[in-house]
Design a binder for this molecule. Structure first.
Ligand code: PXP
Length: 255
């Protein structure tokens, strides 16, 4: 297995995670904002893929959003990256949807967001992930598997054993250190080592979690990853980039 572009990390892809558009909708229980429109908007403006996470508690993305967003990514001929835990009912939805990518993540109901990468050292977890991968591969052979993990060699070796097409390196700790102006040099070193491992073993090397326009810069400068999945910061920033326009338009319309 060879990585499609591991030598050329030069033009990294941007996956936009639109979960938080659904968070806004669920807060009011209305049928807007539309997830399909959000997907269309980001793809029309240069995003390379859409990422959504159907959580077991359905706190943001709902079952009906999955085919609606998949239809949009297909219209644009761009990938859908379907993040999920290893629950049986979610595996079935992935098989029905046949996304281009499934990104397996650890999932606890009580967490605010995904906290840390998959623990593939525990044999129980490893077996659960292996079962999910095998079931998805058997029933949706076109779907590629990405594993959300820490930049840790022992864990990366397990990803290789599972023949994952990609790993998504958890950038949460790095992003937090960057945000708080703390020293993140050691974390960057683990990212460099992860990149080396991925290139050596032909695994696509993605990254995500907690990133902002600022914390992205050192990663881009060093050409560390070939894909970045970013959600929360984009939706937060979109509020400010859109608020003036919407207020002005509404006020004009009221005249
Ligand atoms: N990648 C993974 C695996 C995630 O779980 C998340 C959060 O859903 C993201 C990327 C996006 O993280 P954020 O919303 O913090 O940018």
């Amino acid at each position: 297995m060879t990585s499609e572009n591991s030598q050329f990390f030069k033009s990294p892809r941007l996956g936009v995670n639109i979960d938080h558009v659904a968070t806004l909708r669920q807060a009011r229980g209305e049928n807007y904002p539309s997830l399909a429109d959000a997907a269309k908007c980001v793809l029309q403006n240069g995003a390379d893929q859409i990422t959504i996470h159907l959580r077991e508690d359905r706190r943001h993305i709902q079952d009906a959003d999955v085919p609606a967003v998949a239809m949009v990514t297909r219209e644009f001929n761009l990938p859908l990256n379907f993040e999920m835990g290893c629950a049986d009912e979610i595996i079935d939805i992935a098989i029905e949807t046949k996304p281009e990518w499934v990104c397996l993540v650890p999932e606890k109901r009580e967490e605010k967001t995904t906290e840390g990468g998959l623990d593939l050292i525990s044999q129980d977890n490893f077996d659960r992930v292996k079962f999910a991968i095998e079931k998805i591969r058997k029933n949706s052979p076109s779907t590629k598997i990405s594993l959300f993990v820490e930049a840790n060699e022992e864990v990366l070796i397990r990803c290789k054993e599972l023949k994952a097409e990609a790993v998504e390196i958890h950038t949460g700790e790095y992003a937090k250190l960057h945000l708080e102006n703390e020293d993140y040099s050691q974390v960057l070193e683990t990212f460099r080592e992860a990149k080396r491992f991925c290139i050596e073993h032909g695994i696509n090397c993605h990254a995500g979690h907690g990133l902002t326009d600022q914390s992205l810069v050192p990663l881009l400068k060093e050409n560390l990853f070939e894909e970045y999945n970013i959600g929360h910061w984009i939706i937060c920033q979109a509020v400010f980039d859109g608020l003036a326009y919407v207020t002005k338009n509404l006020k004009e319309g009221m005249k």
